[in-house]
Design a protein around this ligand. Sequence first.
Ligand code: NAP
Length: 521
Amino acid sequence: MALASWSTVAPRFLPQRLPRVCLAVSGDSIENILGTAESMARDNPFIEFRLDYLKQPLAALSKLHRFLETHQYVTAIATCRRAESGGKFKGSLAAQLEVLSKAHGAGCQLVDLELQSALKSKPEAIARLRSRAGLILSFHDFRGTRNLDDTLEKMLEIPADFYKVVSTATTLADNVAMMKFLQAQSGGHALIGLCMGEQGVISRVLSVRAGSVFTFGAASAELKTAPGQITTLDLRSIYRVDQVDTATRVYGVAGDPIGHSLSPVIMNTALRRENVNGVYLPLHAKTLKDLIHCVREIPLHGLSITMPYKQAILPYLDNTDAHTAKIGACNTVVRGQEGKLYGFNTDIAGVLRPLEQRLAIEKAKVLVLGAGGAARAAVFGLKERGAEVWILNRTSAKAQKLARQAKARTIKRADLRKIGFDVIINATPVGMGNAGDCPLKDAEIQARVVFDMVYDPVETHLLQVSRAKGIAVIPGVEMFVQQAARQFEIWTGKPAPAGDMLRAVTIALQERAAGLKQSKV
Ligand code: NAP
């Protein structure tokens, strides 16, 4: 669409034409801003230019003009948010209006003006601005999600083309409030709505199906212009926001913290690969009550449960499979059609599937290090399949208790070399995080197969030593993939694309390790 024709399009036609994702671009110089825009415009032709990040926005407009002249397919929003409304522009209200008006002259079809500025401006000044550019009247609540309807009512007193209501999610339920607001109000007005903050991810992805004309994405993790913003690349390739519709099933991983979970990468890869109309989101649940509210209201069709809720979720479930009951921990929830919640434990599949690809589990002699949740899944699963199991744990009383429950044995560290183990499984966190720690001394590592549940780093010290000794190794990513694959099968009834899932998680771990290395340089 050519630049000139956009400016002549009646603003009321704009919502249907706008892409679902607007790339928010910031930078400390116009060269940086335009450099980012240049490199991303082809894939993201709808761009918000955050002029308030510049020391002298007016002086930058000639360069912006040149950019927009040579990139006529770009639809541009100019934003120059004042500091008192949460932006970076320290100039006067008149200066802000001048920047926005001249930004339109430079080719921006839309301008964003905060409600606070609009309330202080003369109606004629706003009308003048709107006679030239499409006006987005915006309101940002940086503290919570409150009084959305009242806020909109106040905003509607000022004629605008779009009303943008952005709040902060401090609970998952705030997303529900935002989406209900959008559903109720978007029939009558062109709305843009979402929640900021790590807990607002649900709304950043799902608000478009609730009635928001579009959502915002960052250029990169470093260039976020709002808390909790997702990159446009992730919005499109991981969360497939362009395809989300009313039939899209919503899944998620719930825990506290959740920011570093790789489950969204692996599960969205599987959903895409198998053509399932579904999206899988990270859910930062500070309480289970909050999570359960969302499960019912959004609704969520399936949940992965992670730390610290694997045990605490049990009282909320209507029924569980035999593994969950035995282990006393649930990592998978299915919401039935009638709204009932069913619990499963797929960590057992995560342990057994990689092992049975290497050896016969029946009668195998297995040493399990640890007696926590993951060890319990391994011990019960292996016993069920006829393996002989020994448990070694830092706190021996816990090992003894598990051994009694699962009819396994405990072993003292000094006796390790008396038994020729077929398999050693590390179910402790020792070795996590590139520290080079190892749960056993080199001489104690004697087995046909060594399985390290730790998956970050992919190649732990334990696996390095084992490999050097010619022992077959199972890295923790395989367990991570197989427990996720089983979840996928439970939710969708389809076989999981385990190979693609493994590739996706391996790449994500490599990227994370490279990022860590870079940040240390
Ligand atoms: P958990 O319930 O907290 O249990 C941790 C176990 O490790 C306990 O038995 C604890 O011993 C022991 N431990 C902790 N720190 C230790 C140390 N410094 N030295 C020796 N023993 C130590 O944790 P979990 O959920 O079972 O998870 C254990 C590990 O498995 C974690 O690294 C987790 O990331 C990994 N995991 C991986 C997957 C996967 O898909 N690959 C799935 C689940 C878990 P005490 O009883 O003495 O405290």
